[in-house]
Design a protein around this ligand. Sequence first.
Ligand SMILES: CC(C)(COP(=O)(O)OP(=O)(O)OC[C@H]1O[C@@H](n2cnc3c(N)ncnc32)[C@H](O)[C@@H]1OP(=O)(O)O)[C@@H](O)C(=O)NCCC(=O)NCCS
Length: 281
Amino acid sequence: MTNDQNNDHHIVGYLEGITPQISGWVCDTSAPSTRLRVHLVIDGMIQATTIAEKPRPDVAATQVGDGCYGFSFSIPSAFYDEVEHHLNIKIEGRSNVQLEGTPRTCVFPNRVLTIRAATNADRNAIIRLYNAADEEGGYPPSMDATTATRLLARFDLPKNRLLLAFVNEQAVGYLTVASPVRGPHGHVATLRINILQPHRGAQIGTALMRQAVEFVETSGLRRLELTVDMENMPAIGLYNKFGFGVEGIKRGYYFDGTHDKDMYMMARLFQPEIDPSLENV
Ligand SMILES: CC(C)(COP(=O)(O)OP(=O)(O)OC[C@H]1O[C@@H](n2cnc3c(N)ncnc32)[C@H](O)[C@@H]1OP(=O)(O)O)[C@@H](O)C(=O)NCCC(=O)NCCS
C-alpha cells in the first residue's frame, strides 16, 4: 500500500453544487498545507482539472486547515443537452477516494447562448469571467471591482465594445474591440477574444465574432487588427473564417514563460459606407 493510500481516510470534502458551477471543496487533513488537484470527470472522461485552493471561509470556520480548499468548474458546453450524464470528481493520485456527494447522475438543460454588449449590471460576471480566464492561463486573478468599473467605462466609448457570451446565463467568453476613437488611427481597432476552456470549440467564438463584425460595420471603423501566436490554430482558424489576413510576423514578440515567440499580425479591412449622394459623382 502506498503512502497516499494510507492517507486516503484523511481526505474530507464535498461536491456541493452542480449549477451554475460544479463546485465543492476537498482537503487532506493529514497535510493541510497541500492543495489537491481535482479532475472533473463526465461520462468517464476527464473534462477539466483544477487545484482545490479557493478560499472557503465556511470551511475554515469548521477548523479544517486554513479553509483554502474550494474548487469550481464550468459545465462544459457539450453537456447542455437534456441528456442524463454521469458526473464524478477524482482526486489526482488518490484514485480510491470517492468524494462525498459523488458520483452523481445529472441532466443539464439545453444550451441557450446569448451574446450582448456588457453593461454596468455585468460587473460581477466580468470579474468572475476575467479571473477564471487568468487562472486558466496560469496567471493570478487580476480583475476586481475597481478594474471592472474602469473596463466598462473604457468600452462605453464610441468605436469600442465589450461583448460577452453567456451560456445559460453564465458568462463564458468575451470579445473586445478597442479603438483610440480620434486621430489618424481613429478608424482602427484592436480585437481580443477569450472563451473559457470548457466552452471552446462550440461555436461561441464564431457567435462573438459575428456580432463584432456587425458592430465594426456600423461604427465607422475600417480596420480591425490583432496579433496571434503562430501556433494557435483554433484562433487562426477563427480569424481566417472571418476574412482576416496575415500581414506580417512580429518576431520574438510574446514571452510564454519559457520562450520569446513569433506572432502573426492579422487584420481585416472594412469598406466605408458609400454616401448615397456621392454614388453618381
Ligand atoms: C480561439 C478561440 C477564441 C476560438 O473560439 P471557439 O469558440 O473555440 O471557436 P469556434 O468553435 O467558434 O470555432 C471557430 C473556428 O475556429 C477554428 N477552430 C476551432 N477550434 C479549433 C481547433 N481545436 N483546431 C483548429 N481549428 C479550430 C475552426 O476554423 C472553427 O470554424 P468551424 O467550426 O466552422 O470549422 C478560443 O479557442 C479561445 O478562447 N482560445 C483561447 C484564447 C485565445 O487563444 N484567444 C485568441 C488570442 S489571439
